[in-house]
Ligand binder design. Structure first.
Ligand SMILES: *[C@@H]1O[C@H](CO)[C@@H](O)[C@H](O)[C@H]1NC(C)=O
Ligand SMILES: *[C@@H]1O[C@H](CO)[C@@H](O)[C@H](O)[C@H]1NC(C)=O
Ligand SMILES: *[C@@H]1O[C@H](CO)[C@@H](O)[C@H](O)[C@H]1NC(C)=O
Ligand SMILES: *[C@@H]1O[C@H](CO)[C@@H](O)[C@H](O)[C@H]1NC(C)=O
Length: 330
């Protein structure tokens, strides 16, 4: 009885959360008809986040922006939010508008990266915001006093990657993560003969993405032969490649690749954080990944060659057109 009640309560809570998040999704369009306009950048910042951010006492109030700003709505997980941050950073460079990211994105990324330069709204939280001056893309932007609010999940690969060295520097991993990832590579190499090795990070994404690809794009997910082909590519081109697998499904990787020579499955069930997996990919010299923004960033940060799964109309295909040394394969 008690259990049933709890269950109902639980379901009601989930339902309520869903409703709240639905409302949240539709908040921004409402601004346009002027019904719930936030008055300050502080209120505005909250409306860009998926969850409630705590109000914080601000000790230093900056002058308010004279011209427009560029910002973005939060959406997705680590890889998406890196693109969201990078898009704001790049659009600001292109336009000269002051960049701001909502604190929810900033806090998440600050835990992982140590050199982020784009501020959150804290110091201008008291400033009035004029929603009517906001446009939603670089293409719609026509003059300095207009602001830009990019939609969640925005990617601007051409723009961001035209300054690839600089964005890689923005995303300098925290020292702890860099050390930990080097330790992972050393652990693997130390039982092998002492040679010059080439580290190839392999990101295998399976759990949530497989259904998504079938449902949304009617595409078969990458199978074993994609990873094997990609590994062959590196074996032909580099001396002594070692393949370091990170994945949301390490069991699958063990089953299909665990027995192979020079393969190391670095992810453990429920153990690695996404931050450590990203750091491992970044520490490697080259990258194999199937799809998704997480793999894209692993490959960008590694800065070597990348092989990815050929999916029509994917962001990776766009990136592949911009980056030399990136190859689509099946
Ligand atoms: C932008 O607005 C400020 C004051 O709000 C004004 O001084 C400035 O001339 C405007 N700039 C342009 C390009 O309209
Ligand atoms: C793997 O996928 C490729 C391309 O989708 C397909 O041609 C191939 O038959 C598949 N191999 C296996 C073993 O399922
Ligand atoms: C390859 O990666 C390892 C580990 O991060 C690094 O020590 C080495 O210098 C890299 N090699 C090249 C040629 O960049
Ligand atoms: C990727 O797939 C497209 C069709 O979707 C095809 O035209 C293209 O040749 C493929 N590229 C590679 C490198 O396999």
């Amino acid at each position: 009885m008690l259990n049933t009640n709890r269950n109902i309560l639980f379901k009601a809570t989930i339902l309520a959360l869903c409703v709240i998040s639905l409302v949240h999704v539709f908040l921004f369009p409402l601004y346009e008809v002027g019904s719930v306009s936030p008055r300050t950048y502080g209120d505005f910042e909250q409306s860009l986040c998926m969850n409630n951010i705590k109000k914080r006492k601000v000790w230093r109030l900056s002058r308010c922006p004279q011209d427009g700003i560029v910002t973005i709505m939060q959406g997705g997980r680590l890889g998406n939010q890196m693109w969201e941050y990078a898009s704001v950073w790049a659009v600001s460079r292109r336009t000269g508008l002051e960049p701001y990211v909502p604190r929810c994105i900033k806090l998440k990324l600050d835990q992982i990266f140590e050199q982020l330069t784009v501020p959150a709204f804290e110091e201008i939280a008291h400033c009035p915001v004029e929603i009517k001056t906001f446009v939603k893309s670089l293409e719609d932007w026509t003059f300095t006093n207009q602001s830009i609010i990019l939609p969640r999940y925005s990617l601007q690969p051409e723009l961001v990657l035209s300054w690839v060295q600089d964005i890689v520097q923005e995303f300098t991993l925290r020292k702890k993560l860099r050390e930990k990832s080097q330790q992972v590579l050393r652990t693997f190499a130390k039982n092998l003969p002492n040679k010059q090795y080439t580290f190839v990070g392999v990101h295998v994404r399976r759990t949530d993405y497989i259904g998504y690809l079938r449902r949304k794009h009617n595409i078969n997910p990458a199978n074993q032969s994609f990873y094997s082909n990609a590994m062959r590519h590196f074996k032909l081109r580099y001396p002594n490649p070692l393949f370091i697998f990170v994945s949301d499904d390490p069991t699958w990787c063990l089953k299909h690749f665990g027995h192979k020579e020079n393969v190391y499955i670095a992810s453990h069930k429920n153990k690695n954080t996404p931050a450590l997996d990203l750091a491992i990919l970044a520490a490697c010299n080259h990258t194999i990944y199937d799809y998704g923004t997480f793999g894209e960033w692993g490959a960008i940060l590694a800065g070597g060659e990348a092989v990815f799964y050929n999916v029509t109309r994917s962001s990776s295909r766009k990136i592949g057109e911009v980056m030399k040394n990136w190859y689509a394969m099946t």
